[in-house]
Design a protein around this ligand. Structure first.
Ligand SMILES: [Fe+2]
Length: 267
């Protein structure tokens, strides 16, 4: 399902990965207000409920905010009552084992109304902004849970752009999420903007997370500071103590195996 937002005027704020982090979600809503960006000009690339402690409260806050949201793999899996997050982690890998507790917590904590909302979310958003036609997707258009890393070869981006154009017509701008790393790259005939994740640091050793602002023909990543200690405390209360609760302060992922070798932090 593709949802057409029509023409968006003024700065656009794109964000991904609230991942059950209520404190980061509230901070993002505050950052939009501080910039005078209305909810209708804020796009969420999905994974609203994942790693952190407050899935129901996070989804409720986003629904009250009212910005367009597309479905990530987490929304699709939770809406279906699937057994796991569908992130694409190799079976038995550390990421796979670490995902079981947070997925089970989200599945148990989300009310039926939140699942129904997730089930109705589109796969893709299209819009025009500053004369440019854009599409927002989760991981990839070929696979919702594809990890399109910042250093991926151009052929990877070209495959995704071709799939987006086949589904939605011409685009010159793509906004994506899922992989957790924000980046901006002019590639395969589009400006590709991964808006990153607001609810989990980017494995860069900093607690601040990332979102993207698009205006005056360019896209830039901005830092989001929020009460990460409160978010970690909510994870402790929920029994989510497998390592991601420390990441909120340290900015370092508990497992780097999902990352391409060139993007791993030296041990
Ligand atoms: Fe995802």
């Amino acid at each position: 399902v593709i949802r057409d937002l029509g023409a968006l005027t003024g700065p656009l704020l794109a964000f991904g990965g609230p991942v059950s982090n209520l404190q980061a979600t509230r901070a993002l809503i505050g950052a939009a207000a501080a910039r005078g960006i209305a909810p209708g000009n804020c796009l969420c690339t999905g994974d609203t409920a994942a790693y952190c402690g407050q899935p129901a409260e996070t989804v409720a806050a986003l629904r009250r905010f009212g910005c367009p949201v597309l479905a990530g793999n987490c929304e699709r899996q939770l809406a279906e009552g699937a057994a796991g997050c569908g992130c694409g982690f190799a079976p038995g890998s550390l990421c796979d084992r670490l995902s079981a507790p947070w997925y089970a917590h989200a599945a148990a904590a989300l009310p039926g109304a939140a699942r129904d909302w997730m089930a109705g979310l589109p796969d893709m958003l299209v819009f025009t902004h500053e004369g440019r036609r854009g599409a927002a997707i989760h991981g990839g258009a070929t696979d919702i849970a594809r990890f399109v890393w910042p250093d991926a070869p151009e052929t990877v981006f070209a495959e995704e752009v071709a799939a987006i154009r086949a589904a939605a017509g011409p685009v010159e701008l793509v906004i994506a999420g899922h992989c957790g790393l924000g980046f901006v790259r002019q590639v395969a005939g589009v400006l590709w903007v991964n808006a990153g994740a607001i609810g989990m640091p980017a494995n860069d050793g900093r607690a601040e997370t990332r979102f993207a602002v698009l205006e005056a023909g360019t896209a830039r990543l901005e830092r989001l500071a929020y009460d990460h200690a409160a978010a970690a405390a909510a994870m402790q209360r929920a029994g989510l103590v497998q390592g991601y609760q420390r990441t909120l302060a340290s900015g370092v992922w508990p497992s780097q195996e999902i990352l391409p070798p060139g993007l791993r932090r030296p041990a």
